[in-house]
Design a protein around this ligand. Structure first.
Ligand SMILES: NC(=O)c1ccc[n+]([C@@H]2O[C@H](COP(=O)([O-])OP(=O)(O)OC[C@H]3O[C@@H](n4cnc5c(N)ncnc54)[C@H](O)[C@@H]3O)[C@@H](O)[C@H]2O)c1
Length: 340
């Protein structure tokens, strides 16, 4: 089968919109399917745009048949870890029932492959000294309903692959960051919880001072280490995952990270360099449930996808994120409002 049309659920969101662009640049036809609960119509500029709920199997079936869809990339879901603890019901509903509906529609229309947005949150607290890089074989023990819902979805996809001959690739992203180098596409979450955009806001005086959580971790500067991976590297991995050969189970799970751990202070220093300002921050206590180190072993991604991060240096990520933040269209505001 020649791959042509790809349904991109959640394609109006941060990683989905970059991936729709990468698909179009690879000569494929993206069909974005989103309910715009957290996405932006203005971010859908590559391919068709369908307004629909990912839990609506009949509508998904109609769209997959109508557009002659060949494969699905499934991003749609809720992402805020903290909210998944205080309000878990919608996380289980959208993140798990959404996957069930997409798989049902794929079976009804004969679409074989799903590439699924998973997360490093499926691993929970790394074992041992916690300072090693995580391989896909590390124990799965999520610390919150968000991670639970993603692991449940992975297992549902694997079971469907075994039983019904579907194919699934779960991509476990570490810390997605950065923006398209054009400065025209980037992160625009209504409720931002990610370190890099918050640090940029603080540096530019557009948001409160940053709080650095914890200074006594067993790491070189006492802060947590995380693995930041450029959103354009992630987008490219999704395109590769559409055609990657899979073993006999028809399912594989792959970490997507740079393999390098960066501390909060290193992020702040890079934001200072990119903005020419000094990022205001306060030192706070550790946050419950924060592992000292969350860094990917990216070896399997190289093996299965032929992928490695190639634009994920902290300076490149942050320079692109700053360019997006200072673009008048930041957050996909209409031009008139941005100009006002
Ligand atoms: N951003 C990260 O650092 C990160 C890390 C690991 C995994 N992920 C996963 O990647 C995926 C995309 O993340 P993102 O940062 O682009 O999030 P995002 O919120 O920007 O995008 C998610 C999209 O899904 C849509 N959506 C939500 N509920 C829907 C529903 N019921 N029907 C149809 N569409 C719906 C939203 O409108 C939004 O456009 C998510 O599944 C997330 O769990 C993200």
């Amino acid at each position: 089968m020649t791959l042509k049309t790809v349904l991109v659920t959640g394609g109006a969101g941060y990683i989905g919109s970059h991936t729709a662009r990468a698909l179009a640049e690879a000569g494929l036809r993206p069909v974005v399917y989103d309910d715009f609960s957290n996405g932006h119509r203005e971010a859908v500029r590559w391919g068709s745009m369908i307004n629909g709920d990912v839990r609506d199997q009949d509508r998904l079936t109609e769209v997959m048949a109508g557009f002659d869809v060949d494969a699905v990339i499934h991003f749609a879901g809720f992402i805020e870890v903290g909210r998944s603890v205080t309000a878990p019901a919608p996380f289980w509903d959208v993140n798990v029932n959404g996957v069930a509906a997409v798989l049902g529609a794929m079976r009804a229309t004969g679409v074989r492959r799903m590439v699924f947005s998973s997360t490093a949150a499926v691993y929970g607290q790394p074992e041992g000294d916690g300072l090693g890089r995580l391989s896909e074989r590390a124990p799965k023990a999520p610390l919150n309903p968000y991670g639970d819902s993603k692991l449940a979805a992975e297992r549902m996809i694997a079971a469907h692959a075994r039983a019904y001959g579907l194919e699934g690739v779960a991509l476990r992203y570490f810390n997605a960051a950065g923006a398209h180098p054009s400065g025209e596409l980037g992160e625009a979450h209504a409720c931002e919880s990610h370190l890099i955009p918050l640090a940029i806001e603080a540096a530019l005086g557009l948001g409160p001072a940053l709080t650095v959580h914890g200074s006594d971790y067993p790491t070189p500067d006492g802060g947590c280490l995380r693995d930041y991976v450029h959103v354009c590297d992630l987008a490219r991995a999704h395109v590769l995952a559409l055609t990657a050969p899979l073993g006999p189970t028809g399912f594989d799970a792959v970490n997507l990270g740079s393999g390098a751990g960066r501390s909060v202070r290193e992020v702040i220093a890079a934001v200072d360099r990119a903005t020419g300002r000094t990022t205001p921050y306060a030192q706070g206590p550790r946050r419950e449930g924060d592992p000292a180190v969350l860094v990917a072993d990216p070896g399997r991604a190289a093996q299965v996808l032929g992928w490695r991060a190639n634009c994920s240096s902290l300076d490149e990520i942050i320079a692109n994120a700053v360019a997006w933040r200072v673009n008048p269209r930041f957050g996909f505001r209409p031009t008139t409002e941005a100009a006002a």
